[in-house]
Design a protein around this ligand. Structure first.
Ligand code: NAD
Ligand code: UDP
Ligand code: UDP
Length: 319
């Protein structure tokens, strides 16, 4: 594969969705290892403040652009993260969500094909839907409602996976597909309605903690630094390994347990209140990460208690 690199011998890397939560952490790590980074983002859910600390960094460049439209740039590697990720955000304009996943994937794959470069796709555990198999392995095909309120995201991401594997088979493209499970940490959007940010903000303000349903549904929460280490390990893995590979934490908590941990760690006097469970909300979710352990030698290191402490500190700083 041609790794053209620039005149300084640096790898030129494109990160779509780089102004968002995961993308901005990924960019920090890519810059730290010496790459040149082009961030492409339409700032739909992203925030330039996530990149403020890079002002004056000559190896970093920001381009405002919507991946639904073609993009002609010269890079050596592509990371495709552009897509609203939280239910509140992706349901705000569901048609645009599907377009971003599908047209965005086609354009980034077309770009990768022209450049003959490696391309990473931020897929999701949502491809498993409300899973009938627990924990979820990559071999499980999922249980997704095609016409529900989460479908724009779930089916959009499933179609993007299809496109990635068809470009791989049909055009020999070197692809890396990660199925990301719930991730948390600093720079989560404060109003995107995700459970970790909601609970921390509510606890810090002394407001009621909103548990949807009985709080018996489960999720497994991965700290962002661990996840990004998994991204890098996957992108640097052997060419014959396209994935998909689960990246997440196999430690499962009920939403009620999470609420209790947040209350304890913030020392808050907030009370738990129970609200209706949203439609199609998965009852349980936990990755089987055997494949990531075997192929990437990767597993998360940060305990939920420790990651929550760092995330709580971040949100205290915003208040
Ligand atoms: P985020 O909303 O913080 O970041 C997404 C970024 O994409 C934002 O900066 C947004 O402005 C940008 N974007 C959206 N539509 C775009 C478009 N059409 N063109 C250009 N940019 C666009 O979300 P995140 O949590 O950082 O998620 C990043 C990726 O990881 C997403 O693809 C998401 O589906 C995936 N993912 C995240 C999680 C998680 O727990 N955070 C879990 C599974 C998958
Ligand atoms: N594309 C792009 N940048 C490139 C090359 C292609 O954005 O450098 C887009 C272009 O919009 C194209 C899509 O990627 O429609 C898919 O490209 P591909 O070569 O697979 O298909 P085609 O050009 O035949 O539609
Ligand atoms: N949730 C909750 N209270 C909130 C926000 C979310 O109980 O204030 C629940 C939500 O119903 C889901 C879980 O927490 O069961 C995780 O929700 P999130 O939106 O963070 O992610 P996803 O549903 O995509 O896993």
């Amino acid at each position: 594969m041609p790794q053209s690199r620039n005149a300084y011998g640096r790898k030129r890397v494109l990160v779509t969705g780089g102004a968002g939560f995961l993308g901005s952490h990924l960019i920090d790590r890519l810059l730290a290892r010496g790459d040149e980074v082009l961030c492409v983002d339409n700032l739909f859910t992203g925030d330039k403040r996530n990149l403020d600390h890079l002002a004056g960094e000559p190896r970093f460049e920001f381009m405002r652009h919507d991946v639904c439209f073609p993009l002609y740039v010269e890079v050596d590697e592509i990371w495709n993260l552009a897509c609203p990720a939280s239910p509140v955000h992706y349901q705000h304009d569901p048609v645009q969500t599907t377009k971003t996943s599908v047209h965005g994937a086609i354009n980034m794959l077309g770009l990768a094909k022209r450049l003959n470069c490696r391309i990473f796709q931020a897929s999701t555990s949502e491809v498993y839907g409300d899973p009938a198999v627990h924990p979820q392995t990559e071999g499980y095909w999922g249980n997704v409602n095609p016409i529900g309120i989460r479908s724009c995201y779930d089916e959009g991401k499933r179609c993007a996976e299809t496109l990635f594997f068809d470009y791989h088979r049909q055009h020999g493209l070197d692809i890396k597909v990660a199925r990301i499970f719930n991730t948390y940490g600093p720079r989560m959007h404060p109003s995107d309605g995700r459970v970790v940010s909601n609970f921390i903000i509510q606890a810090l303000r002394g407001e009621d903690i909103t548990i949807y349903g009985e709080g018996e549904q489960t999720r497994s929460f991965c700290y962002v630094d661990d996840l990004v280490s998994g991204f890098l390990a996957l992108m640097d893995s052997e060419p014959g390994f396209p994935g998909p590979v689960n990246l997440g934490t196999p430690r499962e908590f009920t939403i009620r347990q999470l609420a209790e941990m947040v209350i304890k760690q913030t020392g808050s006097k907030s009370k738990l209140v129970f609200q209706p469970l949203p439609q199609d909300d998965p009852l349980q979710r936990k990755p089987d990460i055997s494949l990531a352990r075997e192929k990437l030698g990767w597993e998360p290191q940060v305990r939920l208690e420790d990651g929550l402490a760092k995330t709580i500190n971040y949100f205290r700083g915003l208040a």
